[in-house]
Design a protein around this ligand. Structure first.
Ligand code: UD1
Ligand code: CA
Length: 467
């Protein structure tokens, strides 16, 4: 989108977030796997502003660091300016702190930093309405079933905007109003600046309310409009852990709908935890109780059973992940089968058709094409070729107490059950390893490696009949 050189977006994120009862600053709390502020920044970016200002105050260093670190992955390319609000005396003071930035622009879109469900489309509609009506200030409102806690939109007898009254200042009549202020506004910058200079402290906490600027602009005989969005969930403000959970649930439901529209089969869409950032191919079936998080990409026709956890991983087509499988920062090629209860730790690669079964753990290893690690094994720091069969209970002893060492198992090796590979060690192609061996030296190609003591039989030392 071509940058709108007259438009600046200002995000208010300095507040203490007291009602969250948390040591983590509110803008950094995660909704559907990403911090609240990332959604606001993404929506802001989608409008193509010339600049985005973020007002910070409470734990500002932490907020700035997290935002800076996330900008690229959120696709934010507009210049982002951080503004420090020194005294946290309300949303009006937050905007006042940003005056040096606002003065450079004709239009200012202001967004609260705690409404992660907002959509860029609705904001664009509000901006279009603002322009069409040549408005001086437009506020986005919604009608909610339970308006408790929000500022109410008070209209005059003609139905025009009159003022916004906060919950703490509202009388019984006003509390009945269900049309609320979403905390999203577009202003003519000059008139906003004029109104800001008229703000006086209000309410029990002596705060400067941004919402009062709309009243003052109206007093200047300038048009103030209300743009009402049809979907009230877009305005949900996160002020408490209960509202955080509510936002999370709504966003997850939206993600589930999107995935189903793209052809993914969700057996119970209410009971999957799939981040907004995840991509999944058509006809993949996902059972309840699964977590699919972060930068994960899953192909077509996969089968993902209950209790599976996948984070930041790439999974190709036709892969089966059976119940309880845990996959982190790994790559799985097509037709692989994992689980039940398999564990892939970071930097594991399963080549086409490989199998990792019950209670097997793989770390920083390659399991070659069609190779099988089916039962109760630990494979770490290993390069395994194609067509290898690893018997039950096989362990790579990769750690000597100081350093990690590599195990190399070449193509078509057959490993009997309960083998230890003491790394560094190499097993050449087509070799066989006898069950119960502890392998410490290279096993040449096509040979049999056995390293266990011979069986001894002592007669009449068994169980006595009357024992
Ligand atoms: C605010 C609105 C209310 C609206 C609701 C929508 C005001 C006075 N009230 O109420 O009408 O219905 O949002 O969700 O604006 N902030 C600062 N500096 C401060 C105080 C707050 O930057 O000194 C930021 C907060 O970080 C937050 C936003 O401003 O992102 C709103 O503050 P909050 O305390 O959440 O206001 P609400 O009571 O929810
Ligand atoms: Ca709020």
């Amino acid at each position: 989108m071509v940058a709108k050189k007259n438009l600046c977006v200002l995000i208010l994120a300095a507040g203490k977030g007291t009602r969250m009862k948390s040591s983590l600053p509110k803008p950094l709390h995660a909704v559907c796997g990403a911090p609240i502020i990332s959604y606001i920044l993404k929506a802001a970016q989608a409008l193509g502003p010339a600049a985005i200002g973020v007002v910070v105050g409470h734990e500002s260093a932490q907020v700035i660091e997290a935002v800076k670190a996330g900008l690229a992955s959120w696709g934010v390319t507009a210049p982002v300016v951080f503004i420090e609000q020194k005294e946290l005396t309300g949303s009006g003071s937050a905007v006042k702190a940003a005056l040096p930035l606002l003065q450079k622009f004709e239009q200012v879109l202001i967004l609260n930093g705690d409404t992660p469900l907002l959509s860029a489309q609705t904001l664009q509609q509000m901006m279009d309405d603002f322009s069409a009506k040549r408005s001086a200030a437009t506020v986005l409102s919604v009608s909610v079933p339970n308006p408790y806690g929000y500022g109410r939109i008070v209209r005059n007898t003609q139905g025009d905007f009159e003022s916004i009254v906060e919950e703490v200042d509202a009388d019984a009549e006003i509390k009945k109003i269900t049309e609320i202020n979403s905390g999203m506004y577009v202003f003519n910058s000059k008139l906003l600046q004029a109104a800001l200079s008229q703000l006086l402290p209000q309410g029990p906490k002596n705060e400067y309310y941004l919402t009062d600027t709309l009243y003052f602009i109206k007093q200047m005989n300038e048009p103030v409009c209300v743009f009402t969005a049809p979907d009230f969930t877009e305005a949900l403000g996160v002020n408490s852990k209960a509202q955080l959970a509510e936002a999370d649930q709504i966003l997850r439901a939206r993600v589930a709908v999107r995935l189903m529209e793209e052809g993914v089969t969700l057996i119970n869409p209410q009971d999957v935890y799939i981040d907004d950032t995840v991509k999944i191919g058509a006809d993949t079936i996902i059972y309840p109780g699964t977590y699919i998080l972060g930068k994960t990409v899953i192909g077509k026709n996969c089968h993902i059973e209950g209790g599976v956890y996948i984070k930041d991983s790439t999974i190709a087509d036709n892969v089966t992940l059976k119940m309880g499988t845990y996959v982190e920062e790994s790559t799985i090629e097509e037709t692989c089968q994992l689980g039940p209860y398999a564990h892939l730790r970071p930097q594991s690669v399963l080549k086409k058709g490989a199998k990792v079964g019950n209670f097997s753990e793989v770390k920083k290893s390659v399991i070659g094409e069609g190779s099988k690690v089916n039962h109760l094994s630990y494979i770490g720091d290993t390069q395994m070729g194609a067509g290898v069969n690893v018997g039950a209970g096989t362990i790579t002893c990769n750690y000597d107490g100081k350093k990690k060492h590599q195990t190399i198992i070449e193509d078509h090796v057959f490993v009997g059950s309960n083998v230890n590979f003491v790394a560094p060690v190499t097993v050449r192609q087509y070799a066989k390893i006898g069950a119960g061996s502890t392998i410490t030296k290279e096993v040449p190609a096509r040979s049999l490696g056995i390293a266990r003591s011979r069986q001894v039989v002592l007669e009449n030392k068994g169980v006595k009949e009357n024992d």
